[in-house]
Ligand binder design. Sequence first.
Ligand code: NAD
Length: 283
Amino acid sequence: MTETAPRPAHKTFDVSAPALARVRSNRRITPLFSADVRHIVLDTSGIGYNYVEGQALGVVVPGTGSPGGLPRLKYYSIASSRSGDDGLGQSLSVCVKRVVEPEGTPSSSGSHYLCDLEEGSTVALVGPYGPTFPLPSDPATPLILAAAGTGIAPFRGLLAAMYRDDSWQGPVRLYHGVRTSAEALYRTELERYASQPHFQIRHAFSREGHAADGHPCRIHHLMASDAPDLLNLLLHHNARLYICGVRGLEDTVESALASSAGSLWPSLKNRLLAEGRLRVSTS
Ligand code: NAD
């Protein structure tokens, strides 16, 4: 495993002098008539924007200053490993969903700016920040990854690094919740890891499947059904639990585990937090 070395101290860019990256590609990864989600690859060669998987970046959205007159920033997880999608270490990728405002409401998210970026155009970056989701240095570490929608982005980068040279041995339990199977981002790529020992992926399609209680199937329903396995990994095998996506996901995931762990949960949760094994990024 070559990618688990301690993280080097990287230069961090701020709005006064952002790094200027060039758009290599901007590809829609969902079918028409579903949410518009883009996989955007930025060329970072020669600009000194170095990062590790699990970090996030800020994009300076032009022309729309915040009330204080400062440039507006939009934050995304980096979706590639530190080597970039092509393994050459000169690029990064992000996963961006176009936020569609109700008709007549002005755009406020900045997502249109990113989704409409043309190949060859320049983007101002700040950061990188984190990593919120550090790659464990021990390749035997079990990882439980819970992602909703584009919250899959940082885990895509982690998994690419973990499985680049087939040396990752730890069990991985990946849960990805999306509305429909058409919106299962990076599905083919992620399911390819199923050939790796100890990797399991489960999708929750909230508009297509139902949980036992009749509610739309969501990640926490799958995790509740797998709770004995997940708790065993957390209690006895030093597993990490990483959660990324919509706000509230951390609560539903916690309830799924807590209801199975019972009185063990409060002390287990405290232990996970104290040991940095429970990490959350939701918004
Ligand atoms: P979405 O709203 O389409 O939701 C994805 C799935 O999660 C749906 O099936 C939904 O039913 C389910 N869901 C919603 N709330 C849930 C809960 N409390 N517990 C379990 N399942 C739940 O997803 P989206 O529009 O792609 O939004 C993803 C969110 O992730 C955004 O808020 C975004 O800001 C955040 N995020 C994005 C990135 C990134 O790099 N793009 C990184 C970190 C977080």
